[in-house]
Design a protein around this ligand. Structure first.
Ligand code: ADE
Ligand code: ZN
Length: 353
């Protein structure tokens, strides 16, 4: 299985500092890491007819202007994924690229309903991803976990059924999340599912995408009613000072995705200003790459955008990595190990550890 050469480097020049920084990624959709070259390979391997015959044509088909149009393009690419080997190859490829960018720990979303709804057996998905994680641990010394997301535009009953299917795989899935189209699908719709997930020992996170209808209310529900341990995106926390206080007091993590905001009508810069304000308000902001082939880069490219477009300093990037390690769902032993690596790196670059 090959990986697009432009997948790793894109057109952005990544500084040595950004590349070498010990990183932690917690906002990454495995289903959203399908590179054009892999789509072609999988279509051939599985005898699936697709409308494109070159990687350039596939990349050209990645056209969208908001969350629903993005999701439509992304979901239409899922029909090349069928076997547990496909899922293993998909995840291993992402882990390999991430290891090259010195990602030391990653927590990866997967959306089983994108596949079980087409007839792919749940165990094939999880077994494939799990094999990739074990191989990455051996090959690259990196740690990785799975977070199972429910599609919020499907019903709460379907989410609950998916949770039940996941119970035998509890040891391999660290937490549950909520993603897909947020319009008319507040977190509260899934309160029973998340309560059950928590009682089964899963940690909880959920998408509160940027500038959706009722964004701040969705964040409030996630924090106060569903007891979310982290929020994915969540930039609208700034709309309500009481929410900022509540999030800061809880030490709640926010996983933001700069390149993904490049498709917003005003571009990425205003969103980077908001991220900066979140950091200044003492919120535990970390950076992720969301769906790299669609948004133009992996974690290093996203961090480089913080510097190039947002004017972030190297010290602020160290803070972002520290926030990530502090809010990651790792054992305390692993956390100490990762933070020591980061402190050592900061010291070697003359930055506060
Ligand atoms: N699925 C993949 N990426 C997503 C995003 N940014 N928001 C909601 N659902 C998603
Ligand atoms: Zn996301």
């Amino acid at each position: 299985m090959t990986v697009d050469s432009d997948a790793v480097t894109s057109t952005v020049r990544i500084s040595d500092f950004v590349l070498g920084l010990p990183k932690c990624e917690m906002h990454l959709h495995l289903d959203g890491t399908l590179e054009p070259s892999m789509k072609l390979d999988l279509a051939r391997r599985n005898n699936i007819e697709i409308p494109q015959s070159t990687t350039a044509q596939i990349r050209e088909s990645f056209r969208f202007h908001d969350l629903p149009t993005f999701l439509a393009v992304h979901y239409s690419n899922m029909n090349v994924l069928w076997t547990s080997r496909d899922y293993e190859d998909l995840a291993y490829s992402y882990l390999q690229i991430s290891a090259q960018q010195n990602v030391r720990h990653t927590e990866m979303f997967f959306d089983p309903q994108l596949h079980t709804s087409r007839g792919v057996p749940f165990p094939d998905i999880v077994n494939g991803y799990r094999r990739a994680i074990v191989r990455a641990r051996i090959d690259f010394g990196m740690s990785a976990e799975l977070i199972m997301c429910f599609l919020r535009d499907y019903t709460a009953e379907y989410a609950m059924a998916t949770l039940m299917e996941a119970l035998p795989y509890k040891d391999w899935i660290i937490g549950v999340g909520l993603d897909s189209d947020e319009l008319d699908h507040p977190p509260a719709e899934f309160s029973e599912v998340f309560a059950r997930a928590r009682s089964e020992g899963f940690l909880v996170t959920m998408h509160c995408d940027v500038d959706q209808v009722d964004s701040a209310e969705h964040i409030r529900q996630a924090i106060a009613d569903l007891h979310s341990n982290r929020i994915d995106h969540g930039l609208n926390v700034l709309d309500d000072p009481d929410l900022v206080i509540a999030a800061r007091e809880k030490g709640l993590g926010f996983t933001v995705c700069p390149l993904g905001y490049g498709t917003h009508p005003c571009g990425m810069a205003p969103e980077l200003e908001r991220i900066h304000a979140m950091l200044e308000a003492g919120l535990k902001v970390s950076v992720g790459s969301d769906d790299p082939p669609y948004f133009g880069g992996y974690l290093a490219e996203n961090l480089q955008a913080c510097i190039d477009v947002g004017g972030f300093t190297e010290a602020e990037l160290v803070t972002i990595s520290r926030n990530a390690f502090e809010t990651a769902w790792v054992s305390e032993r692993r956390r100490v190990e990762l933070l020591e690596e980061l402190d050592d790196y900061a010291r070697r670059h003359g930055l506060p550890a």
